[in-house]
Design a protein around this ligand. Structure first.
Ligand SMILES: *[C@@H]1O[C@H](CO)[C@@H](O)[C@H](O)[C@H]1NC(C)=O
Ligand SMILES: *[C@@H]1O[C@H](CO)[C@@H](O)[C@H](O)[C@H]1NC(C)=O
Ligand SMILES: *[C@@H]1O[C@H](CO)[C@@H](O)[C@H](O)[C@H]1NC(C)=O
Ligand SMILES: *[C@@H]1O[C@H](CO)[C@@H](O)[C@H](O)[C@H]1NC(C)=O
Ligand SMILES: *[C@@H]1O[C@H](CO)[C@@H](O)[C@H](O)[C@H]1NC(C)=O
Ligand SMILES: *[C@@H]1O[C@H](CO)[C@@H](O)[C@H](O)[C@H]1NC(C)=O
Ligand SMILES: *[C@@H]1O[C@H](CO)[C@@H](O)[C@H](O)[C@H]1NC(C)=O
Length: 424
């Protein structure tokens, strides 16, 4: 199947409190969205919650047993999500041209990006070191098993990164394949009878943006359906390693629409609630689905936190308005946190995950990714509509500051996933 065509990426920023400001933002967003490509991105930030009862530091579940797939333990007291980026002369773990499964907007070099420094940064946690990504261990672990990424186009990027990280050790072209079919993308490593899959569900719940190809809905018309996790969840059954993520699609303003009936109903019963509450409902539904359908003795579940966007350079102190366009160095303020990553939403994630009895591993990638204004797809992607002279004269106006180039930042998310999977 083809790569899904353009979708509206709602890279809306928050803070639209005054009507005037909202209008301004709406115009900017309209432009951004118009040219935002397919599959809206969703933020994924991953950081693990280091609380013993979440099993993230000890390699054990709450009752003291080992987690599935663990081969060792993390160094005590090391928060792998707290660290800094260090220059790595060796460069990325694979080359863009060597991974045939990448699609735009991940394929930045193919679309004209000439600088490569963004591929040379390695994440160094303050208190320990990350284990090296071992593709053979990953594939052997997935033998006769399924790994699935569920979420939006940002999670699609993390999925493609994982595929690229493992596929290089499969020598024969015939022994690996990728199939796009509706909401499901399946990478298969035939000799291992292993699959790595991606499932399009930008809200996890049933929504009016679920069409994998045409999911463009005007920002404020987006709605999810209450108690509808099984609609998509029925397609996730039997998965051994799950990686969920959902965020950016929720950010359309301060409120979000929740619907009681089906999307075909005429007399829809729609309630508008604060976005955090709608998001909380999705988290509760996801955790309920996991506890009903996954066996903590045999499976692992990860959740990637919100992926930051870099759409307004005044946030990082640039003198003039700009965005991720033409950014080749990262932000060096260790405390930098953009307003697009709502702290309230992070609190909801924290509160709901604390209550979960199934040991879910948080990949808290938000902070580490916030520094990386240099790592976005920017203008180096497929443009579905021809660019206008006005756009060509002002490239920043059509830069994609949500998705990330690969190889790049999202490989680090998967190195963190690797660390948490095998050395929890
Ligand atoms: C990678 O994992 C495999 C097990 O699948 C192991 O045999 C090999 O030694 C590991 N490689 C490194 C460099 O640790
Ligand atoms: C291949 O993997 C699937 C799970 O993804 C499993 O159900 C099936 O039994 C495996 N086939 C063989 C021949 O082991
Ligand atoms: C695509 O998925 C549908 C179910 O969603 C299935 O019936 C169909 O066989 C699949 N097509 C291919 C080519 O795999
Ligand atoms: C997991 O394994 C433990 C013992 O190894 C067992 O007591 C428990 O019931 C198992 N849990 C599930 C959900 O099967
Ligand atoms: C960028 O952010 C600054 C403050 O953080 C705000 O004043 C300004 O209006 C924003 N610009 C745009 C175009 O969103
Ligand atoms: C890109 O940024 C550099 C400074 O880092 C600046 O000199 C150059 O003019 C910028 N190019 C464009 C096209 O904005
Ligand atoms: C993720 O990390 C950030 C900063 O490191 C922290 O503020 C936030 O509370 C963490 N989120 C969770 C759910 O632990």
């Amino acid at each position: 199947m083809e790569v899904p065509p353009s979708s509206s990426a709602a890279i809306r920023r928050k803070g639209c409190r005054s009507p005037y400001f909202f209008t301004l933002v709406a115009i900017i967003l309209f432009i951004t969205i118009l040219y935002g490509e397919y599959f809206l991105l969703i933020f994924g930030g991953q950081s693990v919650v280091h609380r013993p009862y979440l099993s993230s530091t000890s390699g054990t579940k709450k009752n003291g047993e080992k987690l599935a797939f663990a081969v060792g333990e993390a160094e005590r007291g090391c928060d792998v999500f707290s660290g800094r980026w260090v220059w790595d002369e060796r460069g990325p773990l694979y080359k863009e041209a060597e991974c045939p499964f990448l699609t735009s907007p991940q394929t930045c070099q193919e679309h004209g990006r000439a600088d490569t420094d963004y591929q040379h940064w390695r994440w160094q946690p303050h208190a320990c070191s990350l284990p090296s990504f071992n593709a053979s261990l990953m594939l052997e672990t997935l033998r006769d098993k399924r790994m699935m990424f569920v979420g939006d186009s940002l999670n699609l990027g993390q999925f493609q990164s994982m595929v690229c990280l493992v596929q290089k050790i499969i020598p024969s072209y015939d022994a690996r394949s990728m199939t796009w079919n509706g909401s499901l993308v399946v990478f298969e490593a035939k000799d291992y009878n292993a699959t790595i899959e991606f499932y399009w569900a930008p809200f996890l719940l049933e929504s009016n943006s679920d069409n994998p190809v045409i999911h463009r809905v005007k920002g404020n018309d987006r709605a999810v359906r209450k108690d509808s996790i099984n609609k998509h969840g029925d397609h996730w059954k039997g998965v051994d390693i799950m990686v969920f993520s959902t965020y950016i699609w929720w950010i359309t303003g301060l409120k979000f629409k929740i619907q009681e009936g089906t999307f075909d109903d005429e007399g829809k019963d729609i309630a508008e609630v604060p976005t955090e509450e709608a998001y909380r409902m999705a988290m509760k539904s996801m955790l309920w689905w996991v506890s009903e359908n996954m066996d903590p003795n045999k499976t692992r579940v990860f959740f990637t936190t919100m992926s930051p966007t870099h759409g307004n350079s005044t946030e990082w102190g640039a003198p003039e308005y700009g965005n991720c366009y033409n950014q080749t160095v990262m932000i060096d303020d260790a405390n930098y946190w953009g307003s697009d990553c709502r702290k309230n939403v992070m609190n909801v994630i924290d509160e709901e995950f604390r209550k979960s009895r199934y040991p879910i591993t948080l990949l808290n990638i938000t902070q580490m990714s916030s520094y990386r204004k240099d790592a976005h797809a920017s203008i180096y992607k497929k443009h579905w509509d021809p660019l206008t002279p006005a756009q060509l004269a002002d490239p920043g106006s059509y830069a994609d500051c949500a998705h990330w180039c690969l190889p790049g930042l999202q490989d680090t998310w998967n190195e963190l996933l690797f660390a948490k999977l095998f050395y929890p």
